[in-house]
Design a protein around this ligand. Structure first.
Ligand code: GDP
Ligand code: MG
Length: 388
């Protein structure tokens, strides 16, 4: 039998973000290596992280690697994603769940467009704490690295992260992965910064249970398993739950976290829920598992939206009433019609109020963050302000 998960330390969800090739995956592997040496983690090599199993759900390729480790004081689930589109689809839209992020910036290249976009979207979806890994410090010249650090602090300040006080740690994921003691110590310093700078978030464990479905697996002979991070509340084996969007009410017959069975899961935990008697194909990514009757899906809402500028990877032309992009809400993507009211038009760089009518009923609530996408790029980031 598998060993049960024992909750001995507070659990947090973090992730690496930043421009492609700045070293996110290398650093993730290095972190697991450093902690494996301490005996509080299992080494996960680069290839295992970068080749996380792909799953196609409703035409979207989901590619996300979760690794798990402990520091002296905390248990972490850490996500790393291969490409920019994956960030927007998975991390950014689910980032309401991220308690903190490690922004990886190459000391050789400095801020690049995806660096800026990830910071912007992290802010928008409520990731309140960022720690910077100034990576490839083994190869950079000190003076240039100093300039990159200033540039990153300015970027963070511009997005309300208090760039002067954000920890910036010079690391080399590559050298730490090779076992170089100097750079191993640098990765330890980075982990210490995460431990101390990212506070333990308030968990809404008393609220009704809610989990946005990230992935669905069918285990022959056992049934349907859904995975995701518990957004709020608590769930126990034997609890009744409903799957919104699937019209299914059922019972949780098993719970696991990182392959270890658990009796109860709470807000912030990354879990797999085994659901009794759910037919294959009935449940999909984007749906929500919740305490029965606790959520009423809706389709019309008001929102405050920032329209990305062309420089940030957004549109170069305005959007107008009648525009129909995709809305990424939690793990769902849904088409929606926008209405800009009397204003009628929003230019790149504007922050506007809009009314949205989604193509289908979706669990919504004030404060929920979302991304707006069109033709494979992010064109807006917003927050639900009211339901209609
Ligand atoms: P990602 O796209 O951000 O996940 O970047 P990767 O981890 O795949 O790394 C991209 C490239 O940068 C690879 O060739 C790595 O070997 C290299 N790299 C990563 N970290 C370092 C580092 O600390 N120092 C140096 N010199 N190269 C690195
Ligand atoms: Mg990568």
């Amino acid at each position: 039998p598998k060993t049960a998960y024992v909750r001995t330390k507070p659990h947090l969800n973090i992730g690496t973000m930043g421009h492609v090739d700045h070293g996110k995956t290398t650093l993730t592997a290095a972190i697991t290596k450093v902690l494996a040496a301490r005996g509080t983690g299992t080494f996960v090599p680069f290839d295992r992280i970068d080749r996380a199993p792909e799953e196609a759900e409703r035409g979207i390729t989901i590619n996300i690697a979760h690794v798990e480790y402990e520091t002296d004081t905390r248990h972490y689930a850490h996500v790393d994603m291969p490409g920019h589109a994956d960030y927007v689809k998975n991390m950014v839209t689910g980032a309401a769940q991220l308690d903190g992020a490690i922004l990886v910036v190459s000391a050789l290249d400095g801020i690049m467009p995806q660096t800026a976009e990830h910071v912007l979207l992290a802010r928008q979806v409520g990731v309140d704490h960022i720690v910077v890994a100034l990576n490839k410090a083994d190869a950079g010249e000190e003076e240039l690295t100093d300039l990159v650090e200033l540039e990153v602090r300015d970027l963070l300040s511009a997005h309300g992260y208090g760039g002067d006080s954000v920890p910036v740690v010079r690391v080399s994921g590559l050298r730490a992965l090779e076992g170089d003691p100097r750079w191993t110590a640098a990765v330890e310093a980075l982990l210490d910064a995460v431990d101390t700078y990212v506070p333990m978030p308030v968990r809404y464990t008393d609220a009704p249970f809610l989990l946005p479905v990230e992935n669905v697996l069918t285990i022959t002979g056992r049934g349907t398993v859904v995975t995701g991070a518990v957004e709020r509340g608590t769930v126990r084996v034997g609890d009744r739950v409903e799957v919104l969007g699937a019209g299914v009410e059922t019972v949780v017959t098993g719970l696991e976290t990182f392959g270890k069975p658990m009796e109860s899961a709470e807000a912030g935990d990354n879990v797999a829920l085994l659901l009794r008697g759910v037919p294959r194909g009935a449940v999909r990514r984007g749906q929500v598992v919740a305490a029965p009757g606790s959520v009423t899906p809706s389709r019309r809402f008001t929102a405050r939206v920032y329209v990305l500028s062309a420089r940030e990877g957004g549109r170069s032309t305005p959007v107008t009433t009648g525009y129909r992009p995709q809305f990424y809400l939690r793990t769902a993507d849904v088409v929606g019609d926008i209405d800009l009211g009397e204003r009628g038009v929003a230019r790149p760089g504007d922050t506007v109020t809009m009314t949205v009518e989604l193509g289908r009923d979706t669990p919504l609530e004030p404060g929920l963050g979302f991304a707006i996408r069109e033709g494979g790029r992010t064109v807006g980031a917003g927050t639900v302000t009211g339901l209609l």
